[in-house]
Design a protein around this ligand. Structure first.
Ligand SMILES: NC(=O)C1=CN([C@@H]2O[C@H](COP(=O)(O)OP(=O)(O)OC[C@H]3O[C@@H](n4cnc5c(N)ncnc54)[C@H](OP(=O)(O)O)[C@@H]3O)[C@@H](O)[C@H]2O)C=CC1
Ligand SMILES: C[C@H]1O[C@H](OP(=O)(O)OP(=O)(O)OC[C@H]2O[C@@H](n3cnc4c(=O)[nH]c(N)nc43)[C@H](O)[C@@H]2O)[C@@H](O)[C@@H](O)C1=O
Length: 320
């Protein structure tokens, strides 16, 4: 799906841009967006070619390739179950990747870096919609506090390098994302891809019911990854501020409403069963994206359209 806002791009189309994590949900969407805009000199390395937790390998990569811009979309990512089950991996891997990339990028002359965090950086009971100023004002949601602490450290590292070296490192905080190349793992993924897979498999097998986690009452804000990629390029080109920037759709739904929508889009005709032994997580996390709106960026893809697009991609690429 085409993003609308970064079309009048100002960067040189031959700029050497390293998109870290280009095979993931976000990284692949950023690559699609940059290609659409005519960028011709993208620097890409898969995880097997360059493990970003290896400091010396990352440093050698930056020393030899000398990218001009970096979009840091490589991370250890997962849904509520993965975050709560593998806390050591989520804090350790993320701290290593972002520390290695940010520090090497600075030392080897990268002009600008964009770090991707997440809405989970905010306190569990932050004011709604959540402004950027809510950072570090209260306790985090326990299911993802390890991941959140790493992401907060990433924001602070960008700010520290800006203060000490005048280096142009910025941070974007997306809300819950979905789209092509998402992780559709049955347990470790986020809710939207998990439900796409579960409803699709139930439809194909003729199952009478589908189990959905929690009570269905938590509210979540979803943004299609093509909108996010558009915002990322927009910020890379037009924002050089100290404060991290929220990137949301401004629209929230309950998990129950989401499950009903996925059921309808997939075409499953059975019942929903709620497994209340599973955690709900944060009750609500609607971002206040007025700072980004003030810069002139707005999302374009509705949840229904984005879900139809994602299900089509899933059927064509993941399941027969
Ligand atoms: N998905 C979401 O809902 C949200 C995501 N974000 C943020 O967006 C960013 C990207 O997330 P997303 O695209 O969803 O995640 P994905 O898991 O889809 O992609 C992450 C990418 O990083 C790569 N990667 C992981 N570890 C390493 C490593 N050690 N060395 C090199 N590459 C590595 C992965 O490769 P491989 O698969 O081979 O390991 C993968 O290509 C993250 O910073 C995340 O916090 C923010 C808010 C919401
Ligand atoms: C983006 C954000 O994502 C994570 O936070 P989260 O928003 O809680 O993520 P989630 O998508 O996994 O769950 C959303 C809600 O949905 C419910 N739910 C129902 N059924 C399924 C289900 O089948 N799978 C999952 N995963 N959740 C389900 C689930 O119980 C919860 O109430 C962070 O850890 C962190 O990674 C982060 O930053």
């Amino acid at each position: 799906m085409e993003g609308p806002n970064s079309d009048s791009s100002t960067l040189d189309k031959s700029a050497k841009i390293f998109v870290a994590g280009h095979r993931g949900l976000v990284g692949s969407a950023v690559v699609r967006r940059l290609h659409h805009l005519g960028f011709t000199n993208l620097l890409l390395r898969s995880h097997s070619d360059l493990d970003l937790t290896h400091q010396s390998a990352v440093d050698a990569f930056f020393a030899s390739e000398k990218p001009q811009f970096v979009i840091l979309a490589a991370a250890k990512v997962g849904g509520i179950h993965a975050n709560a089950t593998f806390p050591a991996d989520f804090i350790s891997v993320n701290l290593q990747i972002q520390t290695n990339v940010i520090d090497s990028a600075h030392r080897h002359g990268v002009a600008k870096l964009l770090f991707l965090g997440s809405s989970c950086i905010y306190p569990k009971f932050a004011p709604q919609p959540i402004p950027e100023s809510a950072l570090l004002t209260g306790p985090l949601e326990p299911t993802n506090e390890w991941y959140a602490v790493a992401k907060i450290a990433g924001i602070k590292m960008c700010q520290a390098y800006r203060i000490q070296y005048g280096w142009d490192a910025i941070s974007a905080m997306p809300t819950n994302l979905y789209g092509p190349n998402d992780n559709f793992h049955p347990e470790n993924s986020h809710v939207l891809p998990a439900l796409v897979r579960r409803f699709h498999e139930a439809k194909v097998s003729g199952a009478k019911e589908v189990v959905v986690w929690g009570t269905g009452s938590p509210l979540r804000e979803f943004l299609h990854v093509d909108d996010l990629a558009d915002a990322v390029v927009f910020l890379l080109e037009r924002y050089s501020g100290f404060v991290h920037v929220n990137v949301g759709s401004g629209k929230e739904v309950t998990i129950k409403e989401l499950a009903e929508l996925v059921k309808e889009v997939v075409g499953f005709e059975g019942d929903l069963i709620w497994d209340t032994s599973k955690p709900d997580g944060t009750p609500r996390k609607l971002m206040d994206s007025s700072m980004l709106a003030g810069l002139g960026w707005f999302p374009k893809i509705s949840l229904r359209d984005g879900l139809v697009d994602t299900y089509k991609w899933y059927v064509e690429n993941v399941k027969q």
